[in-house]
Design a protein around this ligand. Sequence first.
Ligand code: ADP
Ligand code: ADP
Length: 227
Amino acid sequence: MISIEAVSKRYPDGTVAVDGLSLEIPDRSITVLVGPSGCGKTTTLRMINRMIELSGGRIVIDGEDIRQKPVNALRRSMGYVIQNAGLFQHRTIVDNIGTVPRMLGWSKAKARERSMELMERVGLDPAMAKRYPYQLSGGQQQRVGVARALAADPPVLLMDEPFSAVDPVVRRGLQEELLRIQAELGKTIVFVTHDIDEAIRVGDMIAVLRTGGKLAQYAPPDELLSA
Ligand code: ADP
Ligand code: ADP
């Protein structure tokens, strides 16, 4: 469980991005942070892996304040997926996916084997292994981004508007794929989107944020009050 306890973030210029946010993010399910642009979704996500430090409150994972963990260990326990995949353009697909395993000291052969297995899991044709990111569609690149985030089998996945840049039909396919992967692998997923329909489709729990970084609602999709 990721426990967000009265967390605030005030940037040096005075902007209050998150204001007294409390959320219990259950294990092995998808929790969505949804709300308009600028309501503090990305800031919240980045505080969970300490890319951004908190101004107030605390975040506790499995009973331990994240500030007590070495930051590298914390980040290794969390895959991160962003909107435009953020792939390494000069590396093949198989090498992109194997980046973290290689950093962890896996042999080339073992990293490659893991990459191929993950390509299959996220629905990518193995024939794409030797291609470069620019040779893939946007939707395929996002699949690579998901596979790369899963490579070292972290218990947590942080996803920041992962499917927002792809067209609606491909997007539906990616959402379904994510649900399947989550069911198979049992990851704890924190998923950021500004799209309420997407939130309802993928979320087990939905945290609706409003401008100023305050929590408006926190409920499963079928109990969400229309705003
Ligand atoms: P969202 O992900 O919901 O679009 P963000 O977390 O990116 O929202 O931003 C929340 C608020 O904080 C916005 O008003 C944004 O402009 C502001 N903000 C984000 N990053 C910074 C920063 N580094 N310095 C100052 N303000 C920032
Ligand atoms: P997004 O989360 O939408 O993909 P960013 O994280 O780059 O994009 O920025 C989110 C918001 O934070 C934007 O509104 C952006 O203008 C604002 N922002 C990002 N960095 C800064 C900064 N250094 N100073 C002020 N505002 C910032």
